[in-house]
Design a protein around this ligand. Structure first.
Ligand SMILES: Cc1cc2nc3c(=O)[nH]c(=O)nc-3n(C[C@H](O)[C@H](O)[C@H](O)COP(=O)(O)OP(=O)(O)OC[C@H]3O[C@@H](n4cnc5c(N)ncnc54)[C@H](O)[C@@H]3O)c2cc1C
Length: 468
């Protein structure tokens, strides 16, 4: 069977669906091919057979600065289904007791400072040991980030004088929770870029999907593709740019919006040798996740989420009580969801062991959890949460355009200027649609610009670098 189409998009996650929406809004007919039996990719949702509730592959967080993701949701009419948390504090679970970090109304990055000064686990000398790296962070421009990309973050922080205690308490926790990899495996450039992104503003809120995360974008995007004369093919894995069942698909443009491993298996073996775009992709390795959901018999807390401070013994880092987030669970017993990032050392644990260790970790913050009955549990083993932002990967992230005429790339891992995330995936999708439009002589701005720093961070950044 041979089919002709305007644009072929391979991959039905946030990136592929955003590119599809960007193009059908401009009158294109799109064929989107998805290898699995459902859309949404890593941000997909499924129905739990025992409870009938929608659950995500793993708990996901958005922030108000997710302008590309929010543009997608606004386009689809689902942005009001995001539940924003207005609590200006973050709970860090540590021994002997949890630390509450309150965001103050001070210019960024000083909004964190009063809380940091009161953390009993970290001395003022440890805090002060961060001064050189914080100064560097605020003045860093894109060139500086790429210069630091080849250096491992742990080594760089030590060279900048950060104390061992500050490394363990703050930087190792930050690496695991936001970069999803141990500090010693992270690129210094990638880590500092993300900390700058988070610490450089004081006006963000954290948001969650009110129900299923994938339900925010996948069903409506698929409906729009079909309504515009295009098609969505599920359970159709593309191999070598020809479908496995032998159908030949012809398209003027092709956007590959798959994770890296799939892209590598799609392209001819000699492309990494012939084209720089595909040359350094072996630097990217997956950060696997284990996501656990526990349905407790009673209510444990009113808090929506909390985080564990780094320890070599941790299984999970971030914890969410969905009964305090999802409107349909309001007033019901606690449903705790959590993420174990870079789960390699825990992969051999059985599901029962993971459930039992997770219950014990929940009880570190909420002691009543230790004795409370767990009525139902799910353990999701995700081979790749995001690619590890290892040294050299910032430079190796390929651009949207490729040397192959008509072939474009999208996905959270390509060069978007953002850490791998739903926001990066959405931005990559808008960027791919922009490139197709530019190619046919109808340039159109779709991708939202990167967030600007505010306050002191903005002032220092202007002096030190090019960002505006
Ligand atoms: C548990 C977990 C928690 C996370 N938490 C957060 C968070 O809090 N905040 C945040 O912003 N991000 C988070 N992320 C990351 C976020 O989910 C991803 O960055 C984003 O969803 C990636 O979207 P994508 O479209 O680039 O890729 P994907 O979602 O991976 O989509 C790619 C699609 O391509 C399909 N595909 C692959 N190969 C082929 C082929 N050969 N033929 C056809 N189809 C193919 C796949 O099946 C998949 O559906 C988390 C991820 C996980 C797993």
């Amino acid at each position: 069977m041979q089919q002709n189409m305007d644009v072929l998009i391979i991959g039905g996650g946030v990136a592929g669906l955003t590119a599809a929406i960007g193009l059908i809004d401009q009158g294109f007919k799109v064929t989107l091919i998805e290898g699995s039996d459902s859309l949404g990719g890593r941000a997909q949702s499924m129905t739990d057979r025992t409870t009938g509730e929608r659950v995500d592959l793993g708990p996901h967080v958005m922030v108000t600065q997710y302008r590309n993701m929010l543009k997608l949701l606004e386009n689809l009419g689902t942005e009001k289904q995001v539940v924003w948390q207005r609590r200006p504090h973050l709970i860090l679970v540590d021994k002997p007791e949890p630390v509450v970090m309150r965001l103050r109304s001070l210019p960024a990055p000083l909004h964190f400072a009063p809380s940091m000064l009161n953390v009993p686990q970290v001395s003022w000398a440890d805090l002060f040991s961060n001064r050189r790296v914080l100064w560097q962070l605020m003045r860093l421009d894109e060139e500086g980030i790429l210069e630091l990309d080849e250096i491992n973050a742990e080594q760089h922080l030590r060279e900048m004088g950060v104390s061992e205690r500050a490394l363990d308490w703050f930087w190792r926790s930050a690496a695991m929770t936001i970069m999803n990899a141990p500090l010693e495996l992270c690129s210094a450039g990638a880590l500092l870029r993300f900390i700058r992104y988070l610490g450089g503003r004081n006006d963000y809120q954290v948001g969650f999907a009110g129900e299923g995360l994938g339900d925010l974008f996948a069903p409506e995007a698929a409906r729009r593709i079909r309504a515009s004369g295009g098609q969505v093919l599920l359970d159709t894995s593309v191999a070598a740019l020809v479908t496995e069942d032998g159908r030949e698909l012809r398209a003027r443009f092709c956007i590959v919006a798959t994770p890296l491993e799939s892209l590598l298996s799609l392209v001819p073996d000699d492309w990494p040798l012939r084209y720089e775009t595909f040359a350094n992709l072996d630097r990217f390795k997956p950060s696997p996740y284990i996501c656990t959901y526990l349905w407790f018999a009673g209510k444990l807390t009113k808090e929506p989420f909390w985080t564990k401070v780094w320890s070599p013994d941790n299984l999970n880092y971030d914890f969410y009580d969905l009964s305090n987030i999802k409107p349909s669970l309001a007033g019901k017993s606690s449903v705790i969801a959590c993420n174990c990032m870079y789960s390699l050392k825990s992969d051999l644990l059985t599901d029962e062991e993971i459930v039992s260790r997770t219950q014990a970790e929940v009880a570190e913050y909420l002691p009543a959890a230790a004795q409370m009955e767990i009525q139902h549990a799910r353990v999701h083993r995700v081979p790749m949460g995001i690619p590890v932002p290892a040294p050299g990967t910032e430079k190796a992230r390929p651009d949207t355009t490729t040397p192959i005429p008509g072939l474009y790339l999208a996905g959270d891992w390509i060069n978007t200027g953002l850490p791998s995330s739903m926001e990066s995936a959405a931005r990559s999708g808008w960027m791919a649609a922009e490139q197709v439009l530019a190619k046919i002589g109808r340039p159109c701005a779709l991708a939202q610009p990167l967030p600007k720093l505010t306050g002191l961070a903005w002032a220092l950044g202007r002096k030190g670098g090019k960002q505006g």
